[in-house]
Design a protein around this ligand. Structure first.
Ligand code: HEM
Length: 139
């Protein structure tokens, strides 16, 4: 029961974080084509004011719940080495942790993002993570 609850928390927090990245990259980024530079900056800032209240916290929840799910699912490493499931889960977890670390450093400590600055790379990473999350149980 606890597992299902935490998995649901994981899915919903990922929805909020990933949902923002989808909205930003697919729709909001197009606004600048129609608006004056200053007008665009003002509207975007207005939107981001509310994004900052929720999305970074959802990312932290996604990472913390993910760590719990990881420890329940990973299992022991046999003498034959890592299974395909463990390898893919490891990659998924690493990418998720990187996104989480990057987001926390930027939003809560004002440290500029590691390696990438736009929202396009996190967007692509989230898509990859979602693919891996479905692939890991079947491969
Ligand atoms: C932003 C980062 C993350 C995204 C977008 C994400 C996305 C997802 C998605 C879509 C699922 C599939 C749920 C399902 O099919 O029912 C999932 C499951 C899972 N995630 Fe994450 N995740 C993230 C971070 C993490 C982290 C950091 C870890 C571990 C360190 C993690 C560990 C897991 C595990 C173990 C599962 C399998 C749970 C199960 O099916 O029982 N995730 N994640």
């Amino acid at each position: 029961m606890i597992y299902i609850l935490i998995k649901l928390i994981h899915i919903f927090s990922v929805f909020i974080y990933g949902g923002f990245l989808f909205t930003d990259n697919l729709f909001l980024s197009k606004m600048k084509n129609d608006l004056e530079k200053e007008e665009h900056a003002k509207i975007r800032e207005y939107f981001m004011k509310y994004v900052r209240l929720v999305v970074p916290k959802a990312l932290v929840v996604a990472v913390v719940s993910g760590i719990y799910l990881f420890f329940v699912n990973f299992g022991t490493i046999e003498e034959t080495g890592l299974t395909n499931f463990q390898i893919i889960l490891g990659i998924k977890g690493f990418l998720g942790l990187w996104l989480g670390l990057r987001g926390v450093l930027q939003v809560f400590f004002g440290i500029q993002p590691l390696v990438f600055k736009s929202h396009l790379v996190p967007f692509i990473l989230v898509i990859i993570i979602i693919f891996l999350s479905q692939l890991m149980f079947t491969i």
